[in-house]
Design a protein around this ligand. Structure first.
Ligand code: SAM
Length: 262
């Protein structure tokens, strides 16, 4: 099995790829991105006493137009599924775009990442729940394991703990991507993650016998993704953003920061 990440925008560097399944955790909506801690001052005021990192989301948010351009590009090229992790605001845009581009769109599924940091100070929404927007090509033959099989048992949602690597919108938990890869592809298939981040989807795909190809436009994230794919976890750890740090008991806690008491 092969695993590869390409540096650049998916629009430019994955134009030649025709995957079986796309699994993507693309940028979320303006509301989620703006609600994240946006600068040093906010981050320092909130501290890290609860152990959650305060890495801001540094890449641009997506709008419905970005979602539609993505689905319009991949829908004709994918042979099985498009699987998108997204937020509440963009979930309707994913479903509408799937349908507009001729795919069969499922109702959004819930992903509950328990223990994920939920903001109690500063502005903006925060939630333990993400949404999984899934669509498939219409018709039969979605499984190479059994080409005539038209039914598959799939969970109605995904629940599990937060990962210590989660920061700034990247580093989604391995259990989640492992489940998505297994549920929406068969061994030997090719999975594409056009917004690879630190590579959690590509690693999961490679680990369970799928070919994995991704793109990442941010050079620092691309480098970390390469370390993940090569299995060099020491280099992966060294490439963590500077703001990702352990809880420091001397830093002000959340309730200090917002002027209240627990
Ligand atoms: C939510 S993060 C992905 C996180 C990833 N699942 C992980 O666990 O690390 C979205 C990523 O998409 C990248 N991105 C956004 N637009 C892109 C584009 N047009 N081409 C390639 N990468 C893009 C961002 O730089 C960011 O790293």
């Amino acid at each position: 099995m092969s695993a590869e990440v390409r540096l650049g925008r998916w629009q430019d560097v994955l134009a030649d790829i025709r995957p079986d399944t796309v699994i993507v955790d693309a940028p979320y909506s303006e509301r989620t991105h703006k609600g994240a801690i946006g600068n040093e001052e906010d981050a320092d005021a909130m501290g890290s006493a609860d152990g959650h990192s305060r890495v801001p989301i540094l890449y641009p948010w997506w709008t419905g137009a970005d979602v539609d351009a993505f689905v319009g590009s991949w829908a004709p090229r994918v042979s099985c599924w498009i699987v998108s992790i997204t937020d509440t605001d963009l979930a309707p845009a994913w479903r509408a775009s799937y349908e507009a581009h001729g795919l069969y769109a499922f109702p959004p599924l819930g992903i509950v990442i328990s223990g994920m940091g939920v903001r109690m100070a500063a502005d903006g929404p925060a939630s333990w729940t993400l949404h999984l927007c899934v669509a498939r090509r219409k018709g039969r033959g979605l499984s190479t394991a059994a080409p005539d099989k038209i039914w598959r048992s799939l969970p109605g949602g995904y629940t599990g703990p937060a990962a210590s690597t989660m920061a700034g919108g990247r580093g989604k938990p391995a259990w989640l991507l492992d489940a998505l890869v297994r549920d929406y592809s068969d061994p030997g298939m090719t999975i594409v993650d056009p917004c690879a981040g630190w590579g959690s989807t590509l690693v999961a795909a490679r680990n369970v016998g799928r070919n994995a190809i991704g793109a990442e436009m941010d050079p620092a994230a691309f480098e970390r993704c390469q370390h993940a794919l090569s299995g060099d976890m020491a280099a992966y750890a060294r490439a963590a953003p500077k703001r990702e740090r352990e809880a420091d008991p001397d830093r002000p806690g959340l309730f200090d920061a917002i002027g209240g008491t627990p």
